[in-house]
Every structure is written in structure tokens, then in C-alpha cells.
Design a protein around this ligand. Structure first.
Ligand code: ZN
Ligand code: ZN
Length: 90
């Protein structure tokens, strides 16, 4: 399976030419995870059964679904809450 994240080129001093690496984006922390050759995404991290996104080993290890988009929404909600609070104090 071709990973949805795409391919990045890395230069490894041990190798004569830059190497291509498959990558995927963790659906929970939005981190880029590099897939080693012949490694399947399932071997590196996992697939979240709740949001159906590939997740990095760290997020897979946490065992809970915490999508990045939900985190963004929480941050935004906090931001707006602070704003209205500041307005009320004026
Ligand atoms: Zn992650
Ligand atoms: Zn999830």
C-alpha cells in the first residue's frame, strides 16, 4: 500500500544518493512519520479505529482517539472564550 502522506527525499551520508522515503501524517498530532523501506504503516504506528486515520507510534500508544482537528477546535474555543472575557472586563 502506498501511504497517503507522500514521499520525502532524505540525504543519508552513508548512502551515495538521496533516498526516497514514504511518509504519512499522523491524524492525531499532525506529525510527519517516516516509513522505513519495506515497513508497513501498521508496523510503525497504527490506524485509529475511531477516526480511521493513520497514527504515529506515540499516539497509537496512548490508545485514545484525539484527532488533530479536534485539538485545533479546542484551542480556538479557548481563544474565543478568552476574547469575550476580555471584552466583558472593559
Ligand atoms: Zn501522532
Ligand atoms: Zn483517532
Amino acid at each position: 500500500m502506498r501511504s497517503p502522506g507522500g514521499v520525502i527525499i532524505t540525504t543519508d551520508p552513508a548512502l551515495p544518493s538521496p533516498v526516497e522515503r514514504d511518509t504519512f501524517t499522523c491524524g492525531h498530532c499532525n506529525g510527519i512519520v517516516m516509513v522505513q523501506p519495506k515497513q508497513r504503516p501498521e508496523d510503525i504506528g497504527g490506524m485509529c479505529k475511531q477516526c480511521m486515520k493513520l497514527t504515529c507510534p506515540r499516539c497509537t500508544g496512548s490508545g485514545r482517539c484525539d484527532p488533530f482537528m479536534e485539538k485545533l477546535k479546542r484551542v480556538e474555543a479557548r481563544y474565543h472564550a478568552r476574547r469575550s472575557y476580555a471584552d466583558a472586563c472593559r
